[in-house]
Design a protein around this ligand. Structure first.
Ligand code: FAD
Length: 382
């Protein structure tokens, strides 16, 4: 008997990106394995999760995000035994370039950060440049902080780790099936209408990435204005005779660029945020070219004549740029796991576990649930 004909599934998750995958893992770890994940594409992680820069940068201006990243970092540094076949995190370090007032703000919270376990070392412009073969123009480096414990996440290993263990514990995944709408009966969410028929569920989780707003509209839930913002990425060949493979990531807020080693070259990002309807995003060549001009001001030796592969993805933000996790206040049975913005990979071990605890136990010991709840935006009229 198929799900469509049988009894309702306990938890139905829309989306097999990192959000849906991590939730399925943490639910099954808590013994909730009557879980069905529905994904429109033929493979997991096709959209934002497969296009990210996959970096852990714990420092964040938004306190909730920094806490979530630090929680996620613990898992990435020391995953449970048997979770992955190779390390999830390569601790290359992250070099953050700042100017005022961010630098003074960072120094003010330095002691609190250190006692919370976030190590960073202030560097002079010369020391900063030496970390990357002397390519940075020192006059362009206002202030620099080095985060030695951060680095690059093996996204493939992380995603397949979540999926493999969830499947082993009984979670079912269906690919190539699209959710067209939410089934609402008696003021409750009772399931979803899909291209493979109606599927009943006791709880539906909206983990649809850039499409979370569209899914919510079909359900008449709390109206939250999510904004999918496109971000482009390009691979730059390394300068001749420069070995970039062991460089840290360099993140410059003043120049709105970051770069890090990738496949012998550099993954370069112009840190664009272009509002866009949910779609299969393509890179913007003009925006990459403008970003390369800003890179030229900081590190002219890195600007190449020709570019390698380019791609883009959508980072989806809630109005306050903090993720939205929890039961909808107006529609029982409808749960949000949305708005991970630019940190959905590094925070996935934290957000997946928080969501699983809220679903399985009705509360979480890991985080202040109210700061993530959709109720902070007000409820829709019933
Ligand atoms: C260029 C770029 C760089 C980034 N860098 C980083 C970084 O360094 N570190 C970091 O932590 N994060 C980074 N991010 C952000 C991170 O990628 C996202 O926060 C994260 O991937 C969001 O995961 P998700 O599962 O919510 O969304 P997605 O991965 O987009 O997954 C949502 C899934 O839902 C499916 N879906 C949608 N609608 C339906 C439907 N109706 N029916 C069935 N399935 C549906 C989609 O097909 C999709 O597979 C970056 C993102 C981009 C684009």
């Amino acid at each position: 008997m198929t799900r469509a004909e049988g009894k309702p599934v306990d938890v139905l998750i829309i989306g097999a990106g990192i959000a849906g995958a991590s939730l399925s893992y943490f639910l099954s770890e808590r013994g909730v394995s009557d879980v069905l994940v529905i994904e429109r594409e033929s493979q997991p992680g096709y959209h934002a999760s497969g296009r990210s820069a996959a970096t852990l940068v714990e420092l964040d201006e938004i306190a909730e995000l920094q806490k979530l990243k630090m929680l996620g970092a613990r898992f990435l540094r020391e995953p449970p035994a048997g979770f992955a076949e190779s390390p999830l995190l390569e601790r290359t370090g992250v070099l953050s370039l700042l100017r005022e007032p961010q630098w003074s703000a960072l120094r003010q919270v330095a002691v609190a950060n250190r006692s919370a376990g976030l190590r960073f070392e202030p560097l002079t412009p010369r020391e900063a440049s030496e970390r990357v073969g002397g390519v940075l123009l020192e006059d362009e480096v206002g202030a620099a902080a080095f985060l030695p414990d951060d680095g690059f996440i093996d996204i493939h290993e992380l995603l397949t780790g979540y999926l493999r263990h969830a499947k082993r514990r009984g979670v079912e995944f269906r690919f190539g099936v699209e959710v067209g709408g939410i089934v609402r009966e008696g003021g409750q969410c009772r399931g979803v209408a899909t291209t493979a028929g109606l599927i009943r569920a006791r709880r539906v989780v909206n983990a649809a990435g850039a499409w979370v707003g569209e899914i919510a509209r079909t359900a008449g839930t709390t109206p939250i204005e999510f904004r999918p913002l496109r971000r482009s990425v390009a691979i730059l060949p390394a300068p001749p005779d420069v070995d970039v493979r062991r460089w840290p990531m360099v993140w410059s807020d003043p120049h709105s660029v970051y770069f890090r080693p990738e496949s012998g070259g550099l993954l370069f990002c112009p840190m664009d945020e272009v509002p866009m309807a949910p779609c299969d995003a393509s890179p913007d060549e003009a925006i990459i070219a403008e970003g390369l001009e800003r890179l030229r001001a900081l590190a002219p030796a890195l600007v190449p004549r020709t570019l390698g592969r380019r791609w883009a993805g959508l980072r989806t933000f809630s109005p306050d740029r903090v993720p939205v996790v929890g039961d909808d206040p107006a529609l029982p049975g409808f749960f949000w796991l949305a708005g991970q913005g630019g940190c959905g990979i590094e925070t996935s071990p934290a957000l997946g576990r928080i969501a699983a605890e809220l679903i399985a136990d009705g509360k979480t010991t890991l985080f202040d649930a109210a700061s993530l709840s959709p109720a902070r935006f007000g409820a829709a009229a019933p």
